[in-house]
Every structure is written in structure tokens, then in C-alpha cells.
Design a binder for this molecule. Sequence first.
Ligand code: SF4
Length: 231
Amino acid sequence: MATRKTPTRPPAKRSPRSGASPPRRPRTVPDGSAPEPVDDSLAALRDAAAGCKRCPLWKPATQTVFGEGPAKARVLVVGEQPGDQEDLAGRPFVGPAGQMFDRALEELGIDRSRFYVTNAVKHFKFERRGKVRLHRSPNPAEQAACRIWLEGELSRIKPDIVVCLGAIAARNVLGSKFRLMAQRGTWQALPDGTRAFATVHPSFILRQRDATSRHAAYRGFVADLALLLDA
Ligand code: SF4
């Protein structure tokens, strides 16, 4: 019986100074651009977004806050942009608005961990007032620059249902003619046939001036999200 020759591995190259392998150079990304994903996976898209400099929002923010959840989720939820706590944690929907969203889903008996949650814009835009960072809405150019990441998430996850929270998410997914307060809580169809609906962003509830308005806004939010029970 012939013996098979085992391929031998070439010796590893060593750094002449320390004897250790040379450090990997960080990928340099010029302002106004982003790294190309290395493949078609969601993980590669996330890695590429972490180095994005397509608009100026990356500079003052702590990090890119990409979406999270199952890569094959049936429901994809889109918010506006990360808030102060999300920016620090690097995770979407972990601040007060995310907790409000959780509360509404819990009331409906829906498990959020089945959803993929993300934002239309992946960096936190804010204005500093002393120690506080106040949320500022991303402008149309920033939203347009960031759209490649949301489109990448949608094309990789291919959800059956998209839920838009707030006007910015709705405009980015459902188009500029969509009127949130007139069309909220009604099924819409995306060009590829995916079902979608929009409701207010949970921060809208938190911004109400008094308990009565907060309660009314919350009840409306829950009523819109109840569409998911028949989905
Ligand atoms: S907000 Fe979006 S487009 Fe702008 S730098 Fe961040 S990831 Fe890139």
C-alpha cells in the first residue's frame, strides 16, 4: 500500500525585531467612504459598517450601532437612530425608548428576541449641553448616506414583515410620500411585496407633556403593534 505524503506547512515568518508576528495594520477608511463587506453575510456587513465614514456622524459618536437579532428573523423593526445609551452600549433599543417598546410587546404577549431590531441611521447624532448629549435628528443627506446599511440588512434577512418606528424610519422604508400620522397602523406593501406598517417611535410617548397624553400615546402605540398578532 502506497504511503501518502503529508503536506508540510511552510515555516511562519517572524519579525526580525521581536520574534513575534507583525501586527495587522488597521484598515484605513477615507472620510466619505466605508469598507466593502468581505462577503454577502450579515456579519460581514456589520464589520464593514463598524468602519463607516460615509457621513460626518461617525466622528463625535462612540461607535456604529448596527442591528441585532436572528439573521433569519421574520420581523425586522426599524427605528430612527441610536440614543445616548445605545451609543455607549453599541446595541440598539436598550435605552428608555427601547424599554417602552419592550413593555408594549410584553403587553401583547410578543417575544422581542424573535425580532431583528435596527435603526435607519447607525450613529448617534447629538448636541452637547454640559454633560448631557441631546438627541438631534439626522438630516436627509445623513439618512441617504446611511441607507446602504439598512438596505443591506433587509436584503440579507429578507423579513416577511417590516415595522417602522417613527417618521424617519417610515420615510426610509415606505418612501417620502408616506404620512405617518395619517397612515400609521395600516398594512403597506414594499415594492418586493414584503408587508410593512409604521407607528410612532416610542420616544414620542416619552416626550408627551403630561400623564394623560402619555397614556393616550402609549395606547395608540400598542394598538398599532397589535397588527403583529395577526401576522
Ligand atoms: S451614520 Fe451611517 S453613513 Fe454616517 S458614518 Fe454612521 S454608519 Fe456611516
